[in-house]
Write a protein that binds this ligand. Structure first.
Ligand code: KIV
Ligand code: ZN
Length: 513
C-alpha cells in the first residue's frame, strides 16, 4: 500500500479562521493530540508573523517527537531565519515556504513578473536548504496558475533543493477531475519529479476539498494537507477526519495507508472544537453529533436487526463511546488519575488535584459523569496558564423576575490580587452580568458572538458558554463550562479577557522576530 503523509495545518491555516485565537498552552495541547492521532507533519504556525506564533511553534517543536513539526514562511530571508530559530530544536527540522504563482496574484498582489517570482522562489529554497534538511515549497494559488509556468518554477525549486512540492487550490475552485489531472501532469512533466514528494492543499469553497484531495492522491500526490473539523480560511480546508476515514472505509478502491490512529479522531475533533470555540455542525461527516444517529423508524429497525443496513462506519472506529466510563462520586484520586492518563492527559500533581476537586463537586450535583465532562474538566486545567495573573470569578448572583429589571452582582479576583465586587443592570440576566464584568475590567467590551450549549445529554448536563468579544482593539474567543449557564457565561467572558492578558504578556516579553 502506498503511504500517504497527513500534513495537519489546524494550527496554521485552521487558526487563520475568523474568530479563532488559541493561546500557546492550547496549541501545545492540540499538537500533542495530533501526535497521538499519528499525523506525519504538524504545521504549528507562522513564526515570523508574531511573537506569540514564534513562541508556540518553538515550544511545539521541542515537545512533539513522533510527528515532524513545520512552520510557514514567505520566500524572504527574515521569515526563514525566524522559522529556523523556532524549529531548530525539532528532531527533523522542516520549513514550508510559499510564493504565489497565478497571474492574478503575481500581477496584483506581488506586483512581480513571472521571472522575478521564479528568482525569488529559487533563492528562498536555496537559503532555506542551508539550515533545513526538509524544505517544502508551495505554489500559492497553484491551481489557477499557468501549467507551463508551474512546470518551469517547480522544476527550478526542485533543482534548488526542495524536498516537497505543494500545489494548493487556495481559493477552492478546482473540481476533483481537474485537480487530479493537474497532479498527473506535474508528475509527468516536472524535471526531477521522481525525487520529491507532491502535496495537495485544498480549500472547501465549493464543498469539494475532500474529493479534490483524494483525486490528487489517486494521481500521484504523496501528501495531503488538512485540518481537524475542516476549519480554515473562509469555508475551511479539507477535513482530516473525512480524508482519513474515507481512505480507510473505501480501501477497496483507495489502496493507501495514512498511519493515522483513527480511534483518536473523535477526541481530537472535540478538543479542537472546544479550544477554538468553533462548533461542529450536527450533520458533519464523521464527527458531527448526528453522524451515527438514526432517526427514522425504518432505519432504526434496520440497524437493530443488523447495523450494516444503514451504518457504513462503526462509531468505535473513530473512538466514539469506546471506553466505558466507570468514574462516579465514590471514585478516588488514583482512579481519576488513571483515567486521565488513559485519556492522554499529562497533568502536574497540582493541576490533577484541581481537576479532581472540580470532578468531586460535579459528581455531587450530577448523576452521571460522562467522558465529555471529564474532557471539559481536564482540558480546563491542562491549558491553564499559571505564570500570568488573570481575572477569576469568585461569585455571581442575579436577581431576575419578569416584572423586575435584572440586576447582577459579581465578585472577581483581579490580576493584582484584589477582590472587586460590582453590580449593574441589563435588559436580561446575561446582559446584566456582562455589564457588571465590563465595569470590573474597565474600557469598552463589544460582544460579537455568544452561545450556550450543553456538554452531553440530560437535564443536569454541564452548560458551556462560548463568547467572542472585542476589547482594547483585540478580538478573542473565551469559553467555560459550569452547571449553571449564567456562571458559565460569566466565566467564559473572563476567559476571553484573560486570553488578551496572556497574549499581551507574550507581546511584552518576547523579542519581535
Ligand atoms: O491556501 C494556500 O495556498 C495556503 C498556502 C500558504 C499553502 O495556505
Ligand atoms: Zn490554505
Amino acid at each position: 500500500m502506498r503511504k500517504i503523509d497527513i500534513f495537519d495545518t489546524t494550527l496554521r491555516d485552521g487558526e487563520q479562521s475568523a474568530g479563532i485565537n488559541l493561546n500557546t498552552a492550547e496549541k501545545i495541547e492540540i499538537a500533542k493530540q495530533l501526535e497521538r492521532l499519528g499525523v506525519t507533519i504538524i504545521e504549528a504556525g507562522f513564526p515570523a508573523s508574531s511573537p506569540g506564533d514564534f513562541d508556540a511553534v518553538n515550544r511545539i517543536a521541542s515537545t512533539v517527537k513522533n510527528s515532524i513539526v513545520t512552520g510557514l514562511a514567505r520566500c524572504v530571508q527574515k521569515d526563514i531565519d525566524a522559522t529556523w530559530e523556532a524549529i531548530k530544536v525539532a528532531e527533523q527540522p522542516h520549513i514550508h515556504v510559499f510564493l504565489a504563482t497565478s497571474p492574478i496574484h503575481m500581477e496584483y498582489k506581488l506586483k512581480k513578473s513571472p521571472e522575478q517570482v521564479v528568482e525569488q522562489a529559487v533563492a528562498a529554497v536555496k537559503y532555506a536548504k542551508k539550515f533545513f534538511p526538509l524544505v517544502q515549497w508551495s505554489a500559492e494559488d497553484g491551481f489557477r496558475s499557468n501549467r507551463d509556468f508551474l512546470v518551469k518554477i517547480i522544476s527550478e525549486v526542485v533543482a534548488a533543493g526542495a524536498t516537497t512540492i505543494n500545489v494548493p487550490d487556495t481559493v477552492g475552485y478546482a473540481s476533483p477531475q481537474e485537480y487530479g489531472e493537474l497532479f498527473k501532469f506535474l508528475r509527468e512533466n516536472v524535471h526531477g519529479a521522481d525525487n520529491v514528494k507532491f502535496s495537495a492543499h485544498c480549500h472547501d469553497d465549493l464543498g469539494m476539498a475532500t474529493a479534490n484531495s483524494i483525486a490528487a492522491i489517486q494521481n500521484g500526490a504523496d501528501q495531503v494537507e488538512c485540518t481537524i473539523n475542516g476549519i480554515g480560511e473562509r469555508a475551511g480546508n479539507a477535513s482530516l477526519e473525512e480524508i482519513g476515514v474515507a481512505l480507510h472505509i473505501r480501501k477497496d478502491i483507495y489502496p493507501f495507508e495514512t498511519g493515522l490512529n483513527l480511534k483518536e479522531i473523535k477526541r481530537t475533533s472535540q478538543m479542537v472544537s472546544r479550544l477554538t470555540g468553533v462548533v461542529i455542525q450536527p450533520n458533519k461527516a464523521i464527527v458531527g453529533r448526528n453522524a451515527f444517529a438514526h432517526e427514522s423508524g425504518i432505519h432504526q429497525d434496520g440497524v437493530l436487526k443488523n447495523p450494516e443496513t444503514y451504518e457504513i462506519i462503526s462509531p468505535a472506529l473513530i473512538g466514539e463511546d469506546d471506553v466505558p466510563l466507570v468514574l462516579g462520586k465514590h471514585s478516588g484520586r488514583a482512579a481519576f488519575r488513571d483515567r486521565a492518563v488513559k485519556m492522554g492527559y499529562d497533568l502536574s500533581d497540582e493541576k490533577l488535584n484541581k481537576a479532581f476537586t472540580e470532578f468531586k463537586k460535579l459528581a455531587d450535583r450530577k448523576k452521571e459523569i460522562t467522558e465529555e465532562d471529564l474532557v471539559t474538566l481536564l482540558t480546563e486545567q491542562q491549558v491553564l496558564v499559571e505564570d500570568v495573573p488573570l481575572y477569576e470569578l469568585k461569585s455571581v448572583q442575579v436577581q431576575y423576575g419578569t416584572e423586575n429589571i435584572p440586576t447582577a452582582t459579581v465578585s472577581v479576583t483581579t490580576p493584582n490580587g484584589e477582590i472587586q465586587t460590582s453590580a449593574a443592570t441589563g435588559s436580561g440576566s446575561v446582559e446584566a452580568i456582562f455589564n457588571t464584568l465590563e465595569q470590573v475590567v474597565g474600557g469598552t467590551v463589544n460582544i460579537l458572538d455568544y452561545r450556550v450549549t450543553s456538554v452531553g445529554k440530560g437535564r443536569d448536563a454541564l452548560g458551556e458558554a462560548v463568547i467572542n468579544l472585542r476589547y482594547n482593539g483585540y478580538t478573542t474567543t473565551g469559553r467555560d463550562a459550569a452547571q449553571d449557564v449564567l456562571e458559565a457565561s460569566a466565566k467564559a467572558y473572563l476567559n476571553a479577557i484573560n486570553r488578551q492578558l496572556i497574549q499581551q504578556s507574550i507581546r511584552v516579553h518576547q523579542p519581535t522576530v
